[in-house]
Write a protein that binds this ligand. Structure first.
Ligand SMILES: [Zn+2]
Ligand SMILES: [Zn+2]
Length: 386
């Protein structure tokens, strides 16, 4: 890693100036406004995650304090911990990743009516928004210009320079951003629903995937395997595209009706012009035009994987067939709750490998190699021994 990158990574970026931060500290010195939570953090782009303590705020009227039971590992966690998204969102160290959180309510603020101690709840990628912009009014907080991410966003409460995520034994979140997790779902396997789940559920819903539609899922990883489960549960005919013949059996087990090896051009051609919708979950460079040509009239292909470099798109492929090419990020709070309720009704969770927090660095290395079926879920009870 170049030295300059490390230096940039250590710059403390916050809308709360140091002066404001200190004066808040002083004004609150008489009564305790924070407590210490156990966590795993990275102290630089090149250092492994390690045990630490972090400040969490004491409950305000609107807050819910959660004992974290499980936290899924999302690829974003690794990008953020290693400052790989420096240009868009430079990492502020120390950083505590984790936005696939399932836990139990420990305590609630005086104005909280919807949750009580003992409830099993979830927190996804967002912990706050302005609540007043047109996006928030439409329940689409994922598009709010003032959204606060679960980790790495300036902390308006001034508890720390930035928000700290779910690799921790507890978290305090505004009640508006707390989700109910159906009691029949295994909490370890439900955790990835909070990011991987909603990221795939939302575009499938938005583009009208229902019974009778033909749907393609490109890439069978953390996102793709959820896409298969949802598309199947919505009643669609599901086709998985993969580069690995070894994933064929698994794709069928997860609910695919057909599996196409995308490197086999003859096999691809058989499906030309036939898909209503394709969900592309591949973050590596790949030829998007191969898939655009598989869409039927008015078909859409939506990216949920985010390749680093721009993808060349042959516009003729869009014009002929009035096809569209789009992207989609997570989902709003109402839709995330709808997704969790749907999962409760249909018994849908992620396929997870549960690990103790002490194996998180190893898990990152394995995730880079796609060596996980299909999501790691950290058992936070393991943090107690730190
Ligand atoms: Zn994520
Ligand atoms: Zn808003």
């Amino acid at each position: 890693m170049p030295k300059s990158k490390l230096e940039r990574g250590n710059v403390r970026v916050s809308t709360v100036s140091d002066e404001q931060y200190r004066s808040r500290e002083a004004s609150h010195s008489e009564h305790r406004t924070r407590y210490e939570a156990k966590a795993y953090s990275a102290s630089s782009a090149t250092s492994p995650l390690a045990g630490t303590t972090i400040p969490r705020r004491e409950l305000t009227d609107q807050d819910v304090q959660i004992e974290i039971l499980f936290c899924g590992i999302c690829h974003s966690d690794l990008h953020y911990a290693r400052d790989e998204w420096h240009d868009v969102m430079p990492t502020v160290y120390p950083c505590v990743p984790g936005h696939e959180i399932v836990g139990r309510v420990r305590n609630v603020g005086s104005a909280v009516t919807r949750f009580k101690a003992g409830d099993v709840v979830g927190v996804g990628c967002l912990v706050d928004s302005d609540g007043t912009c047109p996006n928030c009014e439409a329940g689409l907080e994922q598009f709010c210009p003032k959204q606060v991410l679960t980790y790495g966003s300036p902390d308006k409460h001034g508890t720390a320079p930035v928000t700290y995520g779910g690799y921790s034994d507890s978290i305090v979140v505004d009640q508006r951003f707390i989700l109910r997790v159906p009691s029949n779902l295994d909490p370890a396997a439900a955790a990835p629903l909070l990011c991987a789940g909603i990221t795939t559920y939302s575009p499938l819903r938005h583009w009208g995937v229902t019974k009778g539609k033909k749907v393609g899922i490109v890439g069978l990883g953390g996102l793709g395997h959820m896409g298969v489960k949802f598309a199947r549960a919505f009643g669609a005919h599901v086709v998985v595209f993969t580069t690995s013949p070894s994933k064929k059996e698994d794709a069928l087990r997860l609910g695919a009706h057909e599996v196409v090896l995308s490197r086999n051009i003859d096999e691809m051609k058989k499906h030309a012009g036939s898909f209503d919708f394709i969900l592309d979950a591949v973050a590596a460079e790949h030829d998007i035009n191969l898939y655009i040509n598989l869409l039927a009239r008015d078909g859409n292909i939506t990216m949920v994987g985010a390749p680093e470099k721009p993808l060349p798109v042959a516009v003729f492929g869009l014009i002929f067939g009035r096809r569209s090419f789009s992207g989609s990020p997570i989902g709003g709070i109402p839709e995330t709750q709808e997704m969790l309720d749907f999962c409760g009704e249909h018994n849908i969770t992620a396929d997870v490998e549960v690990i103790p927090i002490q194996k998180v660095n190893e898990a990152y290395e394995r995730m880079v190699k796609s060596d996980v079926k299909y999501r790691f879920s950290i058992d936070m009870a393991s943090l107690k021994s730190e």
